[in-house]
Ligand binder design. Structure first.
Ligand SMILES: NC(=O)c1ccc[n+]([C@@H]2O[C@H](COP(=O)([O-])OP(=O)(O)OC[C@H]3O[C@@H](n4cnc5c(N)ncnc54)[C@H](O)[C@@H]3O)[C@@H](O)[C@H]2O)c1
Length: 269
């Protein structure tokens, strides 16, 4: 028996990709998993697949950008499984490759509503419940882009940096209550992020085509979502503040901190 056996996890964006990978890893660890997704059909498909593997899951329609949707989902989750132990604020959408001045302000707001306020709503909905329980863990999905910004995706980078800052503050706030907080900063993961974003974005612009220009510039090493799920389990067990997924991202993060160190070194006496 492991420490997660019998615990209840709530994952947003669980109908695909990293959310699905976490759900698979959590079910394998003996957890009951609530699968929230704006694409409820995809959540129901994941639930059917995991049930066939002997897992206990509850698929729910959830729009993370809408607080009333969170409240309804939390009530349904608790009615089915009782109080939740683990919250994964994971749902997110991607950006088109564009210079900052070409991103319409409506698209900044659309992305911020999902990638940032989606996390805030999840925290505000579930933190009082976790405090009442006196235990638990929260994992907020940012990105390696929340540590090292990629050009031409400024609205995505800004939202992901915001999730890192938010998670750090909340980690300190919740420590006295016995609740852990980790921020997940994945590198490239083989998911449907481009496709689901195209389906949902206002105007349905061709994200995949625009992304190709950037993706072609770098060597990405894609990993499978289940691997991320297993790393997250370990990160929660060991209470990591940051959960990275790609060892090779270390050099980029160190370069960021070295640039900051140089800025301090450059200060006049
Ligand atoms: N794939 C990567 O390489 C990568 C890298 C770093 C970070 N991330 C982050 O990981 C998270 C998961 O993305 P993914 O790559 O698994 O993509 P994905 O598209 O495969 O999965 C995201 C899921 O979130 C759902 N979703 C989107 N908007 C929603 C909303 N408003 N409410 C509820 N659900 C919503 C989608 O329907 C989808 O099922 C995102 O936050 C993304 O920014 C992904």
């Amino acid at each position: 028996m492991n420490e997660f056996e019998g615990q209840v996890a709530f994952i947003s964006g669980a109908g695909s990709g990293i959310g699905r990978g976490m759900a698979e890893a959590f079910v394998a660890a003996g957890m009951k998993v609530v699968l929230g997704d704006v694409d409820g059909e995809s959540a129901r498909q994941v639930a059917a697949d995991l049930t066939a593997q002997g897992g206990e899951t509850l698929p729910l329609d959830l729009d993370v950008a809408d607080r009333t949707s969170w409240d309804a989902a939390a009530q349904q989750a608790e009615a089915a499984y009782g109080p939740i132990d683990i919250l994964c604020n994971n749902a997110g959408v991607a950006g088109l490759s564009r210079p900052v001045e070409d991103i319409p302000i409506e698209e900044w707001k659309w992305m911020t509503d999902i990638n940032f306020y989606g996390v805030v709503h999840g925290l505000q909905c579930f933190i009082p419940r976790l405090k009442a329980k006196g235990a638990g863990h929260i994992v907020n999905t940012s990105s390696i882009g929340g540590m090292v910004p990629l050009p031409r995706f400024s609205e995505y980078m800004a939202a992901k940096y915001a999730v890192v800052g938010l998670s750090g503050a909340v980690r300190q706030e919740l420590k006295p209550f016995g609740i852990g907080v980790s921020v997940l900063c994945p590198g490239a993961v083989r998911t449907s992020l481009g496709e689901t974003t195209v389906r949902q974005r206002p105007g349905r612009a061709n994200l995949a085509a625009a992304r190709g220009t950037v993706v072609g510039q770098q060597e990405w090493r894609y990993i499978e979502p289940i691997k991320v799920g297993r790393i997250v389990l370990r990160g929660m067990a060991e209470e990591w503040a940051f959960i990275f997924t790609h060892p090779e991202n270390r050099a980029e993060v160190e370069a960021q901190f070295n640039a900051m160190r140089a800025a301090f070194d450059a200060l006049p006496d």
